[in-house]
Design a binder for this molecule. Structure first.
Ligand SMILES: NC(=O)c1ccc[n+]([C@@H]2O[C@H](COP(=O)([O-])OP(=O)(O)OC[C@H]3O[C@@H](n4cnc5c(N)ncnc54)[C@H](O)[C@@H]3O)[C@@H](O)[C@H]2O)c1
Ligand SMILES: O=C(O)[C@H](O)CO
Length: 318
């Protein structure tokens, strides 16, 4: 039987499924693997099921000559924490879990859009603090999202699911920035630059993958182009956005508010963001529902099963 390491506690169904195929080592520490642990994992296991925060950088693979490990079956669609090219160089396949995460993550984008636009976090804090003076007609007025324009950066699976929710649920116009056109069943217009998108949208949502290609593609030029009444949402990866530029733009009042699920140095959230009432902060909740985490895990296990059965794993990325 192949030996497989699950690098974090996972839902019971996922662990049970893995145990039907493999000799499983279940690490019960919720913290990411350290460098030495990652190197050890490559030497000791036939396959590893890692996740967000397990930083399999080129350094990890550098000394790995013909490692025992032949596959990293990532739990999650985003695999920017794994240097997939360096893994391939070491003879290691990498897979991910696309699709399983799409609806839940789009739902969190909608949560952030509504929380930011309608000042929900600020209002909840006010009520809890016992500072609500009672309803009045001009209190805590936010942005009415129905019929507004959403601008989506990265019109992939999650971007399209957000677009559908915005169009069918809220009657919004949809514009997007993407490498290639994405025909939709409703009008959705591709724009040529991030700045053009920011200038036309009432709500900007980031949904591109993280990694070297998208590092800091959203920065001050985008924030300066946004409407003063605009809202900014990031459910993708923290380092797609220049966080310092985001903080500076918010402090300058360049736009109305932001909703964030991801951060540049998770789990560190800058104090400057926490200090602003018009910023909604979630702890990377995109896929945080049991059935979603089960689906992700079962997908990762299926990638491992297929690989060790000599098949091309369904979600190979390198
Ligand atoms: N917050 C969360 O919990 C959470 C959950 C799931 C996924 N995510 C993040 O969301 C990302 C997107 O997931 P997905 O399933 O929609 O991926 P996807 O591959 O289906 O979509 C990504 C889209 O971005 C586009 N794109 C990539 N690089 C680009 C660039 N440089 N310029 C313009 N467009 C570019 C691609 O063409 C594609 O359309 C994941 O990679 C992950 O990092 C976050
Ligand atoms: O990329 C993903 O799937 C999420 O960020 C992890 O749940």
């Amino acid at each position: 039987m192949k030996r497989v390491l699950l690098t974090r506690p996972l839902p019971d169904r996922v662990v049970e499924a893995a145990r039907t195929h493999f000799e499983v080592e279940l690490r019960d520490d919720p913290a990411p693997l350290k460098l030495g642990q990652m190197r050890g994992a490559l030497a000791l296991y036939d396959g590893v099921l890692p996740t967000l925060g397990d930083m399999f950088s080129a350094e990890v693979f550098a000394d790995a000559e013909n490692p025992r490990c032949k596959i990293l079956a990532n739990f999650g669609v985003g695999y920017n924490h794994i240097d997939a090219a360096a893994a391939r160089g070491a003879g290691i396949s990498v897979t991910n879990t696309p699709g399983a995460v799409t609806d839940a993550t789009a739902d969190i984008a909608m949560t952030l859009i509504l929380m930011s636009a309608r000042r929900a976090g600020e209002g909840e804090r006010m009520v809890r603090a016992g500072k609500w003076p009672g309803w009045n007609p001009t209190q805590m007025l936010g942005l009415h999202v129905s019929g507004k324009t959403v601008g989506i950066i990265g019109m992939g699976r999650i971007g399209q699911a957000i677009a559908q929710r915005c169009h069918y649920g809220f009657g919004m116009d949809v514009i997007y920035y993407n490498r290639s056109p994405k025909p939709m069943e409703f009008p959705a217009r591709q724009v040529e630059s991030l700045e053009a998108l920011a200038a036309q949208a009432d709500i900007v949502v980031v949904a591109v993958p993280g990694g070297a290609e998208t590092h800091h593609i959203v920065g001050s030029s985008v924030f300066e182009a946004m409407k003063p009444s605009g809202h900014f949402v990031n459910i993708a990866r923290g380092d797609v956005v220049n966080e310092a530029a985001l903080i500076a733009a918010l402090q300058a009042g360049a736009f109305a508010g932001a909703g964030l699920d991801v951060y540049e140095k998770e789990p560190i959230v800058p104090e400057a963001l926490k200090a602003m009432e018009n910023v909604t902060l979630l702890p990377h909740l995109g896929t945080a529902a049991l059935e979603v985490r089960e689906a992700m895990g079962l997908m990762a296990v299926e990638n491992l099963r297929a690989f060790f059965a000599g098949e091309i794993p369904p979600n190979l990325v390198n």
